[in-house]
Ligand binder design. Structure first.
Ligand code: KG4
Ligand code: ZN
Length: 348
């Protein structure tokens, strides 16, 4: 018998505030998540100070709501899982201090979780309406693509992850958001580019598929961004407006092709037969279509988590955290936030 059956998890690494209660088999008993897009939109990007202020405003209410939703009280919570890195330090600080204080008050063990391990394990979450593909488990390849990250990991086993490649400049979500901003589509722009791309011709404009010399599994999106910037500068406001769907479709295709290309190489390198894509960009319809095609062509098992588990959420942190606690990994009172992952943090 393991003493960790349910944990309460807190995620405040960026601009989403989320609390969840998760069981050891990945079942999400309750999850509450509030995004702050409205608050940051007028500034065209995430303002760290506004993000942390909103976390501190929302978090305690969300804790109550999560317990209520799960029909549980603190007596049923065996520990806490708290995102401690990487992320915006001011944002992380709100979750870390709140979590440690609750752990002290209710006398529960707690563990700091690397946000990226959460994204990697998100495909294994289940609730009343979603579950992983049957028998989906490690080893699998994981593409994590969000506003802050673009990385490919080989999940040898739970808790044993090999980083195969990552971006050398912008993250895929950032590449979407920057293009949307340049083209006047607002913030966050990924979803808007996707919506317009669905009506456009992806071959109308030729944008580069970034390659990093000597690092075939690394991503680069800076050349793509500059190329789009040049193209937009060549066109008049009217031309941009008239061709916006084609511009979005062509730009999106360049990102999707680059991501899928690296996945293909990683599949060849590892011999993986299971793949997953998580992070906010995995909501992209073009990427989902291409991933499904790749999986069916190569007879691979593909896990694309429900959108609520792809974007930043506490359920994925709870699952990563409960597995850590069950392995005997606990954090101490000195747990502190860090903007970066730390050496030997969670990758082997
Ligand atoms: O995982 P996430 O919610 O937060 C981070 O950890 O960054 O990801 C947010 C990112 C943003 O860059 C947003 O523009 C992008 O995911 N995104 C999309 C789509 N939906 C969200 N990008 C492309 N297509 C979408 N449908
Ligand atoms: Zn994230």
């Amino acid at each position: 018998m393991n003493r960790f059956d349910h944990v309460l998890a807190i995620e405040t690494s960026c601009d989403d505030t989320s609390v969840a209660i998760v069981a050891a088999d990945g079942e999400v008993k309750a999850m509450v998540a509030v995004n702050q897009d409205q608050e940051h939109r007028p500034f065209g990007g995430i303002v760290p100070e506004i993000a942390s202020r909103n976390h501190s405003k929302n978090l305690l209410f969300q804790l109550e709501q999560a317990l209520e939703k799960a029909k549980m009280d603190w007596s049923g919570i065996d520990g806490l899982a708290i995102t401690s890195r990487p992320g915006l330090v001011g944002s992380l600080l709100v979750g870390v201090i709140t979590g440690k204080t609750l752990a002290m008050v209710y006398q529960k063990p707690f563990v700091g979780v690397n946000h990226l391990e959460g994204h990697i394990l998100a495909p294994l979450l289940r609730d009343q309406t979603t579950a992983p593909p049957e028998n989906f488990s490690a080893p699998f390849l994981s593409l994590v693509v969000s506003g802050g990250h673009s990385s490919i990991y080989y999940v040898e086993d739970i808790g044993k992850y090999r980083l195969l490649g990552e971006t050398v400049d912008d993250a895929a979500g950032e590449a979407f958001d920057k293009f949307a901003k340049m083209a006047g589509l607002g913030f966050p722009g990924g979803i808007e580019v996707d919506r317009r791309a669905q009506k456009g011709n992806a071959e109308a404009y030729l944008f580069p598929r970034g390659k990093v010399k000597g690092k075939p599994l690394s991503f680069t999106f800076s050349g793509l961004k500059s190329s789009a910037q040049r193209k937009l500068a060549e066109l008049s406001k009217e031309e941009i407006k008239a061709n916006i769907d084609d511009l979005c479709a062509s730009y999106q295709q360049a990102i999707v092709d680059a991501l899928i290309e690296k996945m293909k190489l990683a599949i060849e390198e590892t011999g993986a037969s299971r793949i997953s894509i998580t992070g906010g960009v995995s909501a992209n319809s073009g990427l989902r279509r291409a991933a499904n095609e790749l999986a069916s062509q190569r007879n691979l098992q593909l896990a694309l988590p429900a959108l609520r588990y792809c974007t930043d959420n506490a359920a994925m942190i709870g699952y990563a955290g409960i597995l850590k606690l069950r392995r005997g990994e606990e954090s101490g009172a000195s747990l502190a936030p860090s903007p970066h992952s730390l050496e030997g943090d969670f990758v082997v």
